[in-house]
Design a protein around this ligand. Structure first.
Ligand code: SAH
Ligand code: SF4
Length: 382
């Protein structure tokens, strides 16, 4: 029986892998640069469009390769302009990508796994369990899709902050969607390289942020292989509490995690680590916790990003009050730590991590709630 040929998905390949692939087709490896630019800078979907490539190479690629990103299941925009896509990654699994427009930048929050094995108790993705790692194509495909969707993603000025014409939609990428990026290291690394590559997205290392729950050995690998900005999900001021909130802490306790943060800073593109801290009412938000936190991070140059807990059904947690968050933030600021509190955005489209994909097994509910429906816009051009 004849088998259908397996097509190589070129979105899986970073520059080095694409050069090797092009060479395996009997072509000069430098041709890969042109192909990379066609795919990632110009959003080409088929090989006929690649007009400056030799016909023979185009024919070879058309026969053996494809450019395939995950399909869009739903696409909703919140009243504040936050836009969220639910993407199909097969076998009933869905992932989320969120675009957050701001006046001086556009941040894309991408997923790295369907589900997550770390199982943090306050996280909707964690509660869904782990389904599978995303491929490089599925990870970079989220950025590719948003950059090349051919429509305005949201109302953003036609010029950049410095007055130059706006060339791209996405100025910052954060790996803060579903999944623990460092538990899918082998697929994440080529995706990061593509984000930084001048022939692809050309983002500076400071504008690409990996967020981790604390995979200590892989933080060291990332520092060596591809140091980008790092956010660490701390969420607790001592091991006893963190053990209960972030189960990975039992493997890599705070002392080891903070030592890894200090090592990371030797090669990091920024001179601080961002600590994320979810504000859970009555759990980790007291003045004592704040004081303990200040002492804990005393020798790690850092900033804090306080995240008001995003509730989801049966979570069992409540968001700290605005007043409590303000007092907690002030406590850190008084100790000289730059502290920001994340604005809750996209509340009306469940933009919080993992909320929408958790419903995918009940497709009716998803289409009722979100299917291609656009919630009235205030901040968007369309
Ligand atoms: N797995 C990585 C990155 C994805 S989660 C990590 O944990 O760092 C991105 C951030 O959202 C993390 O800081 C995570 O702890 C936080 N988060 C998860 N669930 C949340 C919720 N329900 N409300 C607020 N923040 C949450
Ligand atoms: Fe996984 Fe991050 Fe959620 Fe923890 S917070 S379960 S590491 S996605």
């Amino acid at each position: 029986m004849a088998h259908a040929p397996v097509l190589v998905n070129l979105l899986d390949l970073d520059a080095a892998a694409l050069a090797a692939y092009v060479e395996s087709l009997g072509e000069k490896p430098f041709r890969a640069r042109q192909v990379l630019r066609w795919i990632h800078r110009r959003g080409a979907r088929d090989f006929d469009a690649m007009s400056d490539l030799a016909k023979s190479l185009r024919a070879q690629l058309a026969e053996h390769a494809q450019i395939a990103a995950p399909g869009v299941l739903s696409d909703v925009t919140a009243t504040d302009g936050t836009r969220k896509w639910l993407l199909d990654v097969g076998l009933g699994n869905a992932i989320e990508t969120v675009f957050i427009p701001e006046t001086d930048r556009g941040t894309l929050c991408i997923s790295t796994q369907a589900g997550c094995a770390v199982n943090c108790v306050f996280c909707s993705t964690g509660r869904q369990g782990f389904n599978r790692n995303l491929t490089t194509a599925e990870i970079i495909g989220q950025l590719w899709m948003v950059e090349h969707s051919g429509e305005p993603v949201a109302a953003r000025p036609a010029t950049e902050a410095d007055g130059s014409p706006r060339v791209r939609t996405v100025s910052n990428v954060v790996l803060m969607g579903m999944g623990e990026p460092l538990q899918n290291y082998d697929a994440v690394l080529p995706a990061l390289r593509l984000m930084l590559d001048d022939n692809a997205y050309g983002l500076s290392r400071r504008r690409v942020t990996v967020s981790t729950s604390g995979m200590v050995p892989l933080m060291d690998r990332l520092a060596a292989d591809c140091p980008v900005a790092l956010a660490v999900s701390l969420h607790a001021s001592n091991d006893a509490l963190r053990d209960t909130l972030v189960p990975l802490n039992r493997k890599y306790p705070l002392r080891e995690l903070l030592a890894a943060c200090r090592r990371y800073l030797r090669t990091a593109p920024r001179d601080f680590i961002t600590f994320e801290y979810v504000m859970l009412d009555g759990i980790n938000d007291s003045d004592q916790h704040a004081a303990e936190l200040v002492a804990l991070v005393a020798d790690v140059p850092c900033k804090f990003n306080l995240i008001p807990f995003n509730p989801f059904p049966q979570s069992g947690f409540k968001r700290s009050s605005t007043e409590r968050i303000r007092t907690f933030a002030q406590h850190l600021a008084d100790a000289g730590i730059v502290t920001t509190t994340r604005r809750t955005r996209g509340d009306d489209i469940d933009a919080a991590c993992g909320q929408l994909a958790g419903d995918i097994r009940d497709r009716t509910r998803v289409s009722e709630r979100t299917g291609r429906k656009v919630i009235p816009l205030t901040a968007s051009a369309h």
